[in-house]
Write a protein that binds this ligand. Structure first.
Ligand code: PHE
Length: 356
């Protein structure tokens, strides 16, 4: 016969989930003792079943109840033990654990997004592996055009895309202009920050660097809108009202007219300081989007005009935060990152000054 008290006592003494489960199988499993007992009911005479049935069912219920109760106790004990180890004293000072920092390039990208969001610009993206058409063709740089030599392109070996077009690492963020005009309906206002690649390396050039593209497409857009936007952007970025711009006539196949933009600076204690008209430094290329580019994207250039600009982000960071070698940006040297990096709490806001 089964010793009910013994089973219940053993269940009550089970000290972990595994031994509790073993006891469940031993008694209520398919071959379990109580299960076997239940099976004997079928072979009993009706009278016997009347007296034995309730006893056996009561036994099964008692065992099940004991298992449930013990499981609840074990769960509660486990939770209490965990809560004891997980107490958090908010009044303790933070531990001197190693801390990461925000890379100046990421910080500047956040600053740009903040400044341009205030002017109604959305952030757009495009792939870093581009096809020839988006990177060159649609931007009015046909094959064998001398402008291709302006940028030392990394071609991807056997990099043809599904349509058989050759692929490149994008040499500028301008292909995002094309992707945006093909995808969305004007009016458009976007910036597109991201990585770009050119086969070039010295103190002021790295094979990978960052640009931010700007694009506005709307009706009746003219050069004045471009100049005002760049002035507003650079004053907010450098957090100075005396930022001076100089627009120099230039040439890009995808803008007409085109202008390169210099900012004025002076040298203080051997470092360039933005402001004034003493010296000039080129910071970006810009112009009115060429009607051919607008037409290449399926828009009517008689209805839609716009301006675009492209600006080196790393250069902006160097100017604002005083680094002098671009290569250090990508060395992942912790000492450099600790010195020039930003706290993750330094979220750029226009009200507090985007420089954080
Ligand atoms: N894509 C050009 C460059 O990388 C910059 C540019 C962008 C010029 C948009 C005009 C308009 O040099």
């Amino acid at each position: 016969m089964i010793d009910r008290e013994e089973i219940l006592a053993r269940i009550g003494a089970a000290d972990d989930a595994a031994s509790l489960e073993a006891l469940r199988v031993e008694n209520l499993g398919k071959q379990g003792k109580v299960t076997q007992l239940l099976k004997t009911l079928g072979k009993m005479s009706p009278d016997e079943r009347k007296t034995e049935g309730p006893k056996i069912h009561a036994l099964r219920e008692a065992v099940q109840g004991a298992l449930d109760a013990r499981k609840a106790e074990l769960d509660r004990a486990e939770l209490e033990a965990r809560l004891k180890t997980e107490t958090l004293d908010l009044s303790l000072p933070t531990p001197a654990a190693p801390q990461g920092s925000i890379h100046p390039v990421s910080q500047v990208m956040d600053e740009l997004a903040e400044i341009f969001a205030d002017l109604g610009f959305a952030v757009a993206e495009g792939p870093e592996i581009e096809d020839d058409w988006h990177n060159f063709g649609a931007l009015n740089i046909p094959e064998a055009h001398p402008a291709r030599a302006m940028q030392d392109t990394f071609y991807i070996a056997q990099g043809d895309n599904e349509e058989g077009a050759p692929q490149v690492l994008r040499t500028h963020t301008s292909p995002v202009q094309i992707r945006t005009m093909m995808r969305d309906k004007p009016p458009l206002r976007i910036i597109a920050p991201g990585r770009v690649y050119r086969s070039d390396s010295d103190a002021t050039h790295t094979p990978m660097f960052h640009q931010v593209e700007g694009l506005v497409i709307d009706r009746n857009i003219h050069l004045g809108h471009l100049k005002w936007t760049l002035e507003t952007f650079l004053k907010a970025f450098f957090e100075r009202d005396d930022v001076e711009l100089r627009l120099r006539p230039s040439y890009f196949p995808f803008t007409e007219p085109s202008a390169e933009v210099d900012v004025g600076y002076s040298i203080e204690n051997g470092r360039p300081v933005i402001g004034g008209r003493e010296n000039w430094m080129e910071v970006l290329g810009s112009g009115m989007v060429h009607p051919k580019v607008i037409a290449n994207c399926g828009l009517d250039p008689d209805e839609w005009q716009g301006f675009a600009f492209g600006c080196g982000i790393d250069r902006l960071a160097m100017l604002k935060y005083g680094m002098d070698d671009l290569r250090a940006f990508f060395d992942a040297d912790l000492r450099w990152l600790r010195h020039y990096g930003f706290s993750f709490l330094d979220t750029p806001t226009l009200s507090a000054g985007v420089g954080a």
